[in-house]
Design a binder for this molecule. Structure first.
Ligand code: SF4
Length: 63
């Protein structure tokens, strides 16, 4: 996925990995991730459960 991907592109890609019937619950989990871990300022990448999927977090981990 491109770093500058639009909302609809991300949504379409996620539907390949997340069953539609679990979409609402998954949305809630992403909301919690954004609120407590992946914050806009000073994200806690060292505690992030999806760091291996994230280019930004992976780069921070190496430095
Ligand atoms: S690893 Fe990526 S998704 Fe996780 S907190 Fe850092 S920037 Fe956010």
């Amino acid at each position: 996925m491109k770093p500058d991907a639009k909302y609809k592109e991300v949504q379409k890609a996620l539907k390949h990995f997340i069953p539609w019937e679990k979409g609402e619950r998954t949305g809630g989990l992403f909301w919690l991730l954004a609120k407590y871990t992946c914050r806009a300022q000073n994200p806690k990448c060292h505690k992030c459960p999806i760091i291996e999927l994230c280019d930004y977090g992976s780069k921070r981990k190496k430095s």
